[in-house]
Design a protein around this ligand. Sequence first.
Ligand code: SAH
Length: 253
Amino acid sequence: MAVIGIMSAMHEELAAVLARMPDEQRVTVAGRDFWVGHWQGHAVVAVLSRIGKVAAATTATVLLERFQVDTLVFTGVAGGMGSGVRVGDVVVANGFVQHDMDASPLFPRHEVPLYGRARFEADVNLSAQLAEAGQQVLAKAAQHLGAGTLADFQLDSPRVHQGLVISGDRFVATSTESQALRLALPDALAVEMEGAAVAQVCHDYAVPFAAVRTISDRADDAAHTDFNRFIREVASRYSLAILSQWLTNRRSD
Ligand code: SAH
């Protein structure tokens, strides 16, 4: 049976997933708790990704080596970069770049040395499945979040976007920095701190990877506003609902 690895960036997201796993067993490796069990009949290993590229890469490597997952899905939040990418929207990555990788002039800016590439692709099928699940969930956003939450966060017809996600070891919380990133990587839809690292590890192991990120902020001077409340009331509910919908759809494929 295929084993699905689920990496959650936020405690609240992981807690919501674990609440759906009736039989999870904890296995601790490298100081991380991996939860092995089933969700909707699928064999699953769920884990907190930890924050930043190195921490997330280590978590991913253990999932692949020790737990032999053959599909890896990441959920978390991200800062919106593209002009139409608003708080409460969902971005499903189709590729990833490390925005803080720069070994120039030895290698072109953003290229990961010895890989001959800056961009690591998400798995096309897996991403399409997650985008479809995301659309199904967002079409009923009020049902998943409650009308009060939609109004509180001024979420209006949230959308799913697919495109480039950029990662780096910085929480981008100034307009100056996000403008510089936009200039350097104009295609980027969202910025976060783990995706490109996990994509690189999955590339090394040739395991399909996809990531879904709820936009929590616009990576600008207001980026920290209500962050924790947003995670609790919006992002962790979206993550749970999208993964659950995805597993339901997979069963009927
Ligand atoms: N308060 C949180 C810390 C969040 S760190 C906690 O205690 O767990 C930021 C997380 O959100 C990272 O996982 C990162 O991938 C994502 N993120 C959201 N908005 C971001 C932004 N504007 N820039 C970089 N990462 C962002």
